[in-house]
Design a protein. Sequence first.
Length: 412
Amino acid sequence: MTKSEMYLKEAKQWAANNYKPLDVVLERGQGAWVWDVDGKKYLDCLSAYSAVNQGHCNPTIAAAAKAQLDRLTLTARAFHNDQMGPFLHQICELAGFPKALPMNTGAEGVETAMKAVRKWGYKVKKIPEGKAEIIGFEGNFHGRTITVISWSSEAQYKDGFGPLTPGFKLVKFGDADALEKAITPNTAGVIIEPIQGEGGVIVPPAGYLKRVREICTKHNVLMVADEVQTGLARTGKMFACQWENVKPDAMILGKALAGGMYPVSMFLATEEVMGVFQPGDHGSTFGGNPLGAAIGRAALDVLVKENLADRAHELGEWFMGELRKIKSDSIKEVRGKGLLIGVEMHVEAGTARPYCEELARRGVLCKETHDQVVRFAPPLTVEKKDLEWALTAIREVLSMNFGKKPAMAGAR
Ligand SMILES: *Cc1c(COP(=O)(O)O)cnc(C)c1O
């Protein structure tokens, strides 16, 4: 039995069955590369769903983490600490918001946004008590809490978890008119992913975010951007909303905010929106803790100093161009922005899963999203020559056909 097989067997015996990972057991990472317990090397093209934008074990971030581990790790919000203020200052200036509320996971950041939107609806917009609505989008992903899954359009995310939280509406992503039609006097806010990541890397039509902004302003509805996955340089701008010069009323960040070394999320908002929170309204034992804050400060430094947004843009344009050149009847579409790229496979060519398994065998780690899409989202520190190396395997694998029928009728 290989070491990998041993660990796989152990995990299978003891772990809940709520995930279906690839059969790869990793023990070490550096930059865009990771190694398994049997010494095999892989190029990471997932980046823990964009949480390690700064690269695995980024030395700058690791140094900050190690230093802070010996100083102070947790005070809870009962007391102040000397890391949280500077961290919030830094992220507020970077994102262009006057106020920030730190949490831990992305889902908690989204929950915070929902609370803020509802409370703003009642206290500022004067929506009748208990009537506030939040509008979301079909195909969204915002996390896994009961309230967050309550407005998912994915049946499996909700099955067996009711009763669900009321007060949500879903409209078609990419259709601004549908959004405007769904707004009522009781609509408090809209929460939107600028690009739907888990939904299959769905890029809305050009000008859509701008229209959403205009519609929200016109109807006195808050626009909240969930940039947990698209934010922090992933799409080639620091925040994906910047592609259309759109300034939301509030924003949620997570994932890469601490470079994959710690769970840190953030709700950022205008004075008016954040002003609805009073002491005791909301909180978290670990939110704003000095260890997470010190790591977050270094993680932001790396994004800015290493100019990772421009790097994502340049590498992404080139890489997506190379993917589009692949002549394969199995590929339906290549889409994305920066280094958030999805390759949708034809249903007839099988699901994305066997393609990911075959890529892993050749040393390229990807994970399928939504059955048909292979996502490519390497750390933004990845070298062009590493992606060139991966392309050899990618070209071969994406030209295969794991379906029973030819990909396109009459093509073969
Ligand atoms: C991953 C993700 C979340 C949830 O983050 P967790 O840290 O897993 O709770 C929320 N929104 C978006 C857009 C995400 O991609």
